[in-house]
Ligand binder design. Structure first.
Ligand code: ZN
Ligand code: ZN
Ligand code: FE
Length: 761
């Protein structure tokens, strides 16, 4: 019997080859009608024999295109219209609904074979893509996703491309960025004075110059990279000098997985991420005795490696004419001091002409700049460190959430919006600390409002009174909620794991404004979305110079020794020289010395006491290097330092006096730094487990949620998880959002939603 169904599908169904897929399926099942994109997803109007229609719908659910993600499918029976064929119709725009937009995806295998095939018309064409891969989010100006609403609108397809675009059986059917050598974007090279360099093959030219040690700015998918040959020691050093970046690790791009394996130890999970459809930077353990310069990631036992994720990058490693072509490149995000990622052709020269010798440019505009994502694998969990390309703007489900804007944190900022049944996180926006980064933040928010048709009814921000993000949210003219930083960390972890009950939250972090006005960051809290009770933390110590002490770990070290060691003056001078006497005076006079219980600062202090890192050139350097020396131990130890726990107003206060004392004794006894670091880490794991047990006894809660930037320390995370597991806790950690401040906005949304639905706003 003949029937007519009207089907509404929402989810990631635009720009991922959904319409050609449906078209082909309709042909196969003898179904007539049409499909079009709408602001809600796709609509399918279809008529056919009932059994054919059933098969049709079944196939949609079971076998959708690889990049699509169906969130909801709604089928309504309608009166027969007697369609005579199946067509793909023009998009229809409807207001107030979210269309899921696909992230930018790495080049698929079929496109790779196209550009490697001498007889293919896309042989070595750097902008090859299809419905299964290529740019999306970064080129979309407006929705619905059609070519004229992307930065591809200035390129008119040639006849061949047009045929592919209109042929429902072609892989490039309605691939909006479809292009070729004849009609599409192209690559060119300039010197740093903006002079075009004429050459037959820009990739050959680039490889030759990179081999000679020159530095390139390369325009890619979401922005520019600064690039040099990673095996060329002097080129890497020159880049460090010109970028004024002495220690912060550089990301690398390896020719292929085999090359990556020459430099790093790669397990199965890591290999799958490296070679997958997103291709983020993966932090991997270094092999011993490799040919790379130490200055790529000084004092680290890991390297951040990604594989080529666009044809343009692929071509950087393959030239017909060079036998000994480049194996591995430094590929670090190009930004000018602390400004946002460079992405515009006309601005990049004035910003980078003193850093790059050459510019590998192209004329496909980037509308929404987006950084590379960074992940790592711990115990076979893939953990997000920086969520951006390949992941944003994928959504998180949350039933019936209000229209909320979450401003995020000022460090490693992401903001987030909530609407209908979804939460959407922005990409990593970097640190908000100047007018340029604020403008970048505001532009991104405006873009999100447009492409997700979002109007905020509520806003939520951090409690920190001088955060730029807080000030922005305060001006929005909608009801505003302030959320404590570490409560947001834990709530984000809970939301990601769909937990909705009281947990023991452990937030180990660099900083965060507390309800008492002090700087927090070693928080054990009993909390749910509505609120929290502070249950334990490290004892406060003064932070000389306030949050500026982040860059001067030796100052924090002096503060710890001064507080906990009697007659400390000699010890301090022995460790840090005469200049340190002034710091103790500042502490005693209480000049700009806010109280802090941040465990991140405690790590800094120990790092400085050990002489591992006394001054930090990038965020977290002292703690990161303290973790990294631990991997150098010859024989593992389970030893811990002693510590004491005091009870003050029903809060457990961790007193680190004996830890500091023990470390100083070990230094005196010439114990190896790596052993001291390991013992220190073990101590943190030990008291974390012990305190969680105490809290379980008191509150009868068995769920522990771990969140905060310090959990990016793999040794700490692994060992705390192991201890808690032995104690039979249910453990929850961040995976799809970063445990650092990049995850704050998600937690803010979850807390805000609960306050709104409990009529507390
Ligand atoms: Zn493809
Ligand atoms: Zn073409
Ligand atoms: Fe934080």
């Amino acid at each position: 019997m003949k029937k007519r169904y009207f089907i509404l599908i929402s989810g990631i169904v635009q720009g991922v080859g959904f319409r050609p897929f449906i078209y082909n399926l309709a042909q196969k099942n003898n179904i007539f009608g049409y499909i079009n994109n709408s602001s809600e997803g796709v609509n399918i109007d279809c008529e056919g024999e009932k059994s054919n229609l059933d098969n049709f719908i079944n196939d949609i659910i079971i076998n959708p295109p690889p990049l699509s993600k169906i969130e909801n499918i709604e089928v309504n029976e309608k009166e027969l219209l007697n369609y005579e064929r199946f067509t793909i119709n023009k998009s229809e725009v409807k207001a107030n609904k979210i269309t899921n937009i696909s992230p930018d995806m790495a080049t698929c295998d079929e496109c790779l074979s196209d550009i490697r095939d001498k007889n293919n018309r896309r042989y070595r064409y750097p902008f090859t893509n299809c419905t299964n891969c290529g740019p999306r989010f970064s080129i979309i100006k407006e929705i619905p996703y059609d070519r004229d609403k992307t930065t591809m609108n200035k390129f008119k397809m040639c006849e061949n491309c047009n045929d592919e675009y209109n042929n429902p059986s072609n892989r490039r059917f309605h691939a909006q960025p479809n292009a070729c050598e004849t009609c599409g974007p192209s690559v060119y090279i300039t010197d740093n004075k903006k002079n075009n360099i004429s050459c037959d093959d820009p990739f050959y030219y680039a490889q030759t110059k990179l081999k000679e040690g020159y530095i390139f700015a390369i325009k890619g998918l979401g922005g520019f990279h600064l690039c040099c040959d990673a095996e060329n020691e002097s080129a890497v050093k020159l880049l460090r000098k010109r970028k004024n970046r002495p220690y912060k690790p550089f990301a690398l791009m390896a020719k292929n997985i085999e090359t990556a394996k020459e430099f790093c130890i790669i397990n199965e999970n890591e290999k799958n991420i490296l070679c997958g459809i997103r291709k983020p930077i993966v932090l991997l353990e270094k092999q011993n005795n490799i040919s790379l310069s130490e200055s790529i990631a000084p004092n680290q036992n890991t390297l951040g490696i990604m594989l080529p994720y666009t044809p343009l990058h692929e071509l950087l490693f393959t030239s017909n004419e060079i036998k000994n072509s480049i194996k591995i490149l430094v590929m670090t995000s190009a930004n000018y001091y602390s400004l946002p990622l460079e992405y515009e052709n006309d601005i990049v020269f004035s910003h980078l002409n003193k850093i790059a010798d050459y510019f590998l440019m192209h004329n496909r505009d980037i509308y929404m700049p987006i950084d590379d994502s960074v992940v790592k694998s711990v115990n076979n969990n893939t953990l997000m460190i920086r969520r951006a390309r390949g992941y944003v703007p994928e959504t998180f489900s949350y039933k019936n959430i209000h229209n909320i804007f979450a401003a995020g944190s000022d460090m490693k900022n992401t903001f987030a919006i909530a609407k209908e049944n979804l939460m959407i996180l922005s990409a990593h926006n970097g640190d908000l600390k100047n007018l340029e980064t604020l403008n970048h933040y505001i532009n991104n928010i405006e873009h999100f409002k447009k492409i997700f048709d979002f109007v905020p009814k509520y806003a939520v921000c951090d409690m920190h009174p001088s955060y730029i993000s807080t000030n922005y949210a305060e001006k929005l003219n909608v009801p505003l909620m302030h959320v404590q930083h570490h409560h947001a960390h834990i709530a984000g972890c809970m939301a990601e794991n769909s937990i909705d009950e009281k947990v023991i939250g452990v937030s180990f972090d660099g900083t965060g404004y507390g309800t008492d006005g002090n700087l927090w960051g070693s928080e054990f809290m009993i909390c749910d979305y509505l609120g929290f009770e502070r249950a334990a933390h490290l004892e406060y110590v003064p932070l000389p110079g306030g949050e500026g002490a982040i860059h001067k770990p030796y100052r924090t070290a002096i503060s710890y020794i001064h507080k906990y060691i009697s007659d400390s003056q000699n010890t301090i001078i022995n460790l840090f020289g005469e200049k340190s006497a002034n710091i103790t005076k500042i502490i005693d006079a209480k000049i700009n010395c806010p109280e802090s219980c941040s465990i991140g600062r405690f790590f800094d202090a120990v790092s400085a006491i050990l002489g591992v890192c006394t001054e930090s050139t990038y965020e977290g350097q002292a703690s990161i290097e303290l973790e990294n020396i631990l991997y150098k131990v010859n024989s593992k130890t389970n030893d811990c330092y002693n510590y004491s726990l005091n009870n003050e107003n029903n809060i457990i206060i961790i007193n680190p006096k004996e830890i500091i004392f023990g470390i100083l004794c070990d230094i005196n006894n010439k114990i190896d730094k790596s052993i001291i670091s390991m013992k220190f880490h073990n101590t943190i794991c030990n008291f974390t487990n012990y305190i969680c047990i105490k809290l379980r006894e008191k509150y009868n809660i068995n769920k522990v949620a771990l969140s905060g930037g310090v959990f990016q320390n793999s040794y700490l995370l692994k060992n705390i998880m192991n201890e808690l597991k032995k104690s039979k806790f249910d453990i929850y950690i961040n995976k799809n959002v970063p445990s650092n401040d990049g995850g704050i906005s998600l937690g803010q949304l979850a807390i805000a939603e609960r306050r709104i639905s409990s009529n507390l706003v």
